[in-house]
Design a binder for this molecule. Sequence first.
Ligand code: NOJ
Length: 675
Amino acid sequence: MGIKSFFQSLFKPRDHGAQSLFSPNGRLELFFNLDNGKPFYSVKKDGKDMVKKSFLGFDFTNLAPIKSGLKVIRTHRKSFDETWTMLVGEQEKVRNNYNELAIYLSESEGLRRIMTLRFRVFDDGFAFRYEFPMQDAGVDEKKHSCEWIISDELTEFNIDINSETWSIPAYQPDRYEYLYEKKPIFELEKFRHTPFTIKTPTGHYLAIHEAALYDYGSMTLGLNENKKLQSDITPLSDGSRAHIKLPFNTPWRTVLVAHSATELLKSRMMYNLNDKPHKDFNWVKPIKFLGIWWAMFVGEFSWATGDRHGATTEHALEYIDYCVRLGISGLLIEGWNKGWDGTWIDNGDLFDFTTPTDDFDIKKITDYARSQNVEIIGHHETAGAVKNYEKQLPKALDYYKEFGIDYIKLGYVGSRMNARSYHDTHGEFHHSQFGVRHYQKIVELAAERKICLDIHEPIKGTGIERTFPNLLTREGARGQEYEGGGITPEHFVTLPFTRGLAGGFDMTPGLFDLTNFMRLTTSTLARQLAFYVCIWHGGLPMIADRPEQYLEYQDGFQVIKPAFKFLQDVPVNFSRTIPLLGEIGEFFVTARQDRDSKNWFIGGLTDQQPRKFSLFLDFLDSDTEYEATVYGDEEFAHYRDNPYGFKISSQKVKKGDYLPIFMASGGGVAISLKV
Ligand code: NOJ
């Protein structure tokens, strides 16, 4: 080679061809290559196909697609390993260990746009995202900006179509609040939300989801014309999927790869793909709370003013006293402001977030709460009328803050944001880029004011609570509000393996009134206790029933029911979580250790099948004797016929012992193991 061609070869983009990237333990292998300029990846575990050849790309409204004609300019590899502390969570110390491969791509012709594909392979799964650096294509000189309008993201997940899947339909009026359906991939018709959980014919468990969803539509999945699973980004009302301003990184597309259903639950990959907090959040305090709330669901109180108005000064003071009596530190009060009278779900524009109803003396209530060491959890129901709500921000937050309210539950009831009524389909999907931007705005405004949030009708969790720990919890699934017809015993044994992979869930557990004719539940009493261990609540668990349900008369005196002791004891923050047993939709047993003591807690749930297990207590601390109190179903308990068939027993246990448990049909078990 002459000297000239030698120097030319140095500057000529080299085709790096096929690239492999292994997980730190070497068992997961991601392969990347170009097929005639079209980028694709595939993944194997222990040499077996998990994801076969899957293409990647984009269609744009204002530019040509990026999906072919690409070449590799450069690649870059790195390895990462650190352990960080989760402020509030299922686990205190989290290891973030991965190998990374960045593929710098460029179009060979035409606009010569550039795009980076960044892959990370962990021991428990893999993730990748698209990065668009600042460049000439699409630049608007006048606006000094560069906007690309995405009409489709073409990310394939080519997984064996005979695999079984568990998911909920996307683009439905009630957002994420559906029962999970089990179907093989080839039978999927409608688009599905993520987390999307899969069992392959090889017996592996996968879950497709996303991490760090910012300023972009959320990803749903459907089958493309080649019968492969492909992303379908929630559209905006203009039909596009997202307007992105360069430089821009998409959320991470994530796939967990596990050898069992319970193994899926051990992954913290979603959080690892989010940034650490940019400022101090040590003020965030997880707590339990009661509510002027379930009384509305069973018809005793109403949100609207009038005879049955729940949020009156008198009820609020009475409920604060219940908090003190029951030892619960927070109280949610819904229906306190103007706007609830009439059909509020169709009239979100009427909500006023700084004017209490005439019978609600906010100063007196918050002064009394403070004197009793009770935190008030405020409530902003928007009925999806985001325009009306944003007009009142940040004043609405400052108003609460003025009265010392540091927690707010938000609501976005409605099938679209900014629609004219619940069923009007002209607004924006909650899960679109529009919704994602709004939820982010409120999380940041709340963080600036040291306010913690519980968001109902939210955007799904993608781990941003690592960066914004004030986002304690959210709904985003069918919770106990649907008891009374909308829940099956299978539902809450499916959730840990599906929605549970997206972080904390305010499922409103703790119902003791199980046979109320307005809300007949699908649960035994022991199961209501088990929910506090089995379903990660995000650090803000509700004790959902009317407080008087936790009391009973004994010898003429009103006392706290014995079962309530478990709700007092169960922690709000954990140092370790060990899923013990589980099959999706059938049963689930998990153990968690308290963040503030050495105590352990175990929760178990079953479907309609009664089950017995012998739990191997090998995870307990050595040389320690525990007092195990078992809150369990009686032999003849049954979620329909005998939901109160309940018993409490105690015994001493230590590491290495076996503990027998029994769960009745629609039942469960809750165990405290105290040092
Ligand atoms: C729906 C929420 O999920 C529920 O918890 C709340 O009480 C109502 N909206 C009213 O805001």
